[in-house]
Design a binder for this molecule. Structure first.
Ligand code: GTR
Length: 413
């Protein structure tokens, strides 16, 4: 069934630059009533809020209330991790409301050579134990999609997937460069399936409600919320309370990192790795994955209102450059991969270009140009960008750029 939908949706995919329609992008620096934004204060106090409302109403859905972290418990700590160069710490975050109970495991590695090291915080796809081959990393008990190659059976994590996605995390490089890395399984917050009775959503249902309203949060927004709750914990932990935290995510988790950073200004910056449709890529280009395809394949990711734009992206009262603009003036890095045309690399780049008006407004350097920069020639401005050779992935090359860029834009002593 899911496969059929996917194949059907593929028929409506455009991969030809000459078939990209003419489109107009709303100016992030013009208020909804048509008046130009004339001061930084107006941007911060009024225009940002308007843009957030638009994304809540039409794309990701609004959170229908607040839920805070109920408690946390440090489960494990080892000063001699990674051959002695890092502290490993594992923390259980607990959320409770009425009969509802949810726990999420946070894994962190912090370098010994730096106090309050800057951190990359990102969700992972298949559990903390997949990001590194470290037998001490705890297995999540949350639901996950079965995956033969990853050794996931009966929807549960197993030891067979230890370290299977370690190529995506460059942990040694991160630690050696004086950064820390923090991760959490996205499915601990909300399992990646079209079911709204699991994960965090039911905590905020009204009496009798079983599904979010058309403008209420989908799974991507729940994951973004989870990133902010992990950040709440980091602010409490004496090792990380003063750390600068960059939200980082790949693909669907890149979409979530962007939405988290857009809303929660405590994030010092955001890295979007191949986030594509509903992430960094401009929707109105209708190139590669589009609203119709993404809503068919992943009906639970966005709010139901986003489905109104299936095949009608031109009617969206916003585009993804405005999501990038919400990160301003904080550092933002957008990364694409040459073979990842499904994610529309050019649309990802142009989003950064069209968000640059806001960075300029703050006196910061963003991106310019109407064509993609050459492959493997990174730009490390306040808005950073690269298109890497190769496919949809997170590679050592990507991390090398993120680290160099972060060292520059975070003003590290
Ligand atoms: C794809 C999806 C993309 C991207 C990707 C991923 O199937 O169409 O939007 O999110 O999954 O998360 O790996």
């Amino acid at each position: 069934m899911a496969l059929n939908l996917f194949i059907r949706a593929q028929k409506h995919i455009n991969y030809h630059e000459d078939k990209v329609p003419q489109f107009e992008l709303p100016d992030p620096l013009v208020m909804q009533d048509g008046t130009p934004v004339s001061s930084m204060e107006q941007w911060t106090r009024h225009r940002r809020g308007e843009i957030i409302d638009l994304f809540e109403e039409h794309v990701y859905g609004a959170r229908p209330g607040e839920i805070a972290l109920s408690s946390y418990q440090v489960m494990e700590e080892d000063q001699k991790a990674l051959g002695g160069k890092a502290l490993r710490k594992q923390i259980k975050l607990v959320f409770k409301k009425g009969d509802h109970y949810l726990e999420a495991l946070v894994l962190m590695y912090l370098p010994h050579q730096v106090d309050h090291a800057p951190l990359f915080l990102g969700l992972n796809f298949f559990g903390n134990h997949t990001v590194i081959d470290d037998p001490q990393v705890m297995l999540t008990s949350s639901w996950m999609r079965n995956n033969f190659n990853m050794g996931i059976k009966e929807h549960k994590a197993t030891d067979d997937s230890r370290g299977q996605l370690s190529h995506r995390w460059a942990i040694d490089r991160i630690i050696d460069s004086g950064f820390g890395v923090v991760t959490m399984y996205c499915g601990d917050i909300d399992p990646d399936r079209d079911d709204f009775n699991d994960g965090i959503h039911p905590f905020l249902y009204r009496e009798g409600q079983t599904h979010p309203q058309p403008n209420e949060w989908g799974t991507l927004a729940a994951w973004s919320w989870g990133l902010s709750r992990a950040l709440d914990y980091l602010k409490e932990d004496p090792h990380t309370s003063d750390s600068k935290v960059i939200a980082m995510g790949h693909s669907r988790l890149g979409k979530s990192a962007l939405w988290a950073g857009a809303q929660d200004t405590r994030f010092h910056g955001v890295i979007s790795n191949d986030s594509g449709c509903g992430g960094a890529a401009l929707s109105k280009r209708k190139f590669g994955e589009n609203a119709k395809a993404i809503n068919a394949n992943f009906p639970h990711w966005f709010c139901d209102n986003f489905k109104n734009y299936n095949g009608k992206e031109e009617e969206l009262p916003l585009d993804q450059h405005m999501l990038m603009a919400l990160i301003a003036p904080r550092p933002l890095y957008i990364a694409s991969a040459e073979k990842d045309i499904w994610a529309d690399p050019k649309g990802e780049f142009l989003s950064g270009v069209h968000a640059t008006v806001v960075y300029k407004f703050f006196g910061m350097e963003g991106l310019s140009g109407s064509e993609l920069p050459p492959v493997d020639q990174p730009i490390h401005h306040r808005v950073g960008y690269h298109i890497r050779s190769g496919k949809h992935e997170v590679t050592d090359y990507d991390w090398e750029q993120y680290i160099l860029w972060a060292q520059k834009v975070l003003d590290l002593e």
